[in-house]
Every structure is written in C-alpha cells, then in structure tokens.
Design a protein around this ligand. Structure first.
Ligand code: GSH
Length: 212
C-alpha cells in the first residue's frame, strides 16, 4: 500500500484547536488502523505549494502515494474505499454511507457552519437573517432526531458518514446548539467516545501545542 500523508497547518489560534478538519481524517485513519504520517504547512504565508494541493489555501489534504486529495468529505470517501471499517462492503450499505456523508456536508454543515460563525462572532441576535439561519439549522436537527432514534449509526455499521456527521454536530454542540436535541447529543457522545476519535483529537491538540 502507498504511504498515506495527512497535511494540516503548523499552527492555529487557540479557538479552533480540536476542531480543525484534519480531525476527520485522523479519526478515519485511526478507525481503519491505517499507517500514516502527519506533515505541516505554514498557517501564515501560504504559498504556491499549498495552493497546488488545496486551491483555497485550506487544510486538510491527504496524499496517497502520488494521489493528492483535498476536501474532508472526498478524503473520507477515498479512505472508505481502503477499509471496511470505514465503509460497509455491501452496495446498499455503501450508498447509505455515501448519502449520509453528503447529507452531513450539504444539508447540515451548510447551515451549521454559518450558524456557528455568527454565534462565535457575537452576531446571533434579533436580525432577521440570523433568525432565518437558526430556523434552517433547527429544521435539520429536528429531522435528524427521529433518524438517529432508530439506529446506532447512520449506515447500519459505523462508517465515514458518522465521522462526518458527528464532527459537524460537535461544532453545533460547542455553541449549545444541541440543547433541545437529546438524541443527537447521545449520538455525538457515543461517536466521540470511540478510541479512534479520542486518539485523533489528542494528537491534533498535541500537534498544535507543539508549535506554540
Ligand atoms: N470544505 C473544506 C473546508 C476546509 C476548511 O474550512 N479548513 C479550515 C480548517 S478547519 C481552514 O483551512 N481554514 C483556514 C482558512 O480558511 O483560511 C473541507 O471540508 O476540507
């Protein structure tokens, strides 16, 4: 198997530590027990080499031999093809994992990310735009509750869909957005209790602490 290398920033401010999206990739690699290396790219002064791997100057990206992949969802799907621990082997399970991974990105995170930015920046007030965004996210969480009430993991067995969805929900939970959603909170608790998450998270914290 070709060497897997995950690249993340060399340093980030305190606030995003533990939430940088390389956690999704670390978590998946740990779940699968795949050997990997972690490399750093400068947070300050992003150059052509960075943009060649990630056109928006963001992290993470993964190299698998001579293949370089950006976008955390695409990286998770790539890893899903390398390990049954990340993606069910049967066609029905694979399509369920794929649809729920996209749902995490395109139906929940598309609402939760701007929501989190507004909360973090102190703009979650009375403005109609905030209320509309809050309703948008609330609508998604209300629908997730009954789905998660009837299953342990989104695609039957644990999969990359759960890594994605749980990480999206982590940020909502950080700003108390899951207070009214006990089923989502229980799902998040069982996902983040997994040893692979605990290790990936600890490794990310140590990575950024090492460069302070
Ligand atoms: N859609 C991208 C988003 C990547 C992203 O937002 N990365 C953040 C770290 S979590 C970043 O690089 N932020 C720095 C910046 O945007 O300049 C993915 O899922 O990989």
């Amino acid at each position: 198997m070709a060497e897997l290398t995950l690249t993340t920033f060399d340093w980030v401010p305190e606030a995003p530590r533990g939430f940088v999206r390389d956690i999704r990739v670390r978590w998946a690699l740990e779940e699968a027990g795949l050997p990997y290396r972690v490399e750093s790219t400068p947070f300050r002064g992003r150059g052509p080499a960075h943009f060649a791997h990630q056109p928006f100057g963001q992290v993470p990206w993964l190299t698998d031999g001579d293949i370089s992949i950006f976008e955390s969802g695409a990286i998770l799907l790539h890893l899903g093809h390398l390990s049954d621990a990340l993606m069910p082997a049967d066609p029905r399970g694979r399509s369920q994992a794929t649809e729920w991974l996209f749902a995490g990105l395109n139906s929940v995170e598309m609402a939760s990310l701007p929501w989190s930015i507004l909360v973090f920046s102190g703009n979650a007030g009375d403005a109609p735009a905030w209320k509309r965004l809050n309703e948008f996210l609330t609508g998604r969480l209300q629908r997730l509750e009954p789905v998660l009430a009837e299953r342990e993991w989104l695609a039957g067995a644990f999969s990359v869909a759960d890594i994605l969805m749980a990480d999206v929900l982590r940020l909502v939970d950080r700003f108390d957005g899951l207070a009214d959603y006990p089923v989502c909170r229980a799902y998040l608790a069982r996902a983040t209790a997994r040893p692979a998450f605990v290790k990936g998270h600890a490794d990310q914290m140590a990575h950024f602490a090492a460069t302070d």
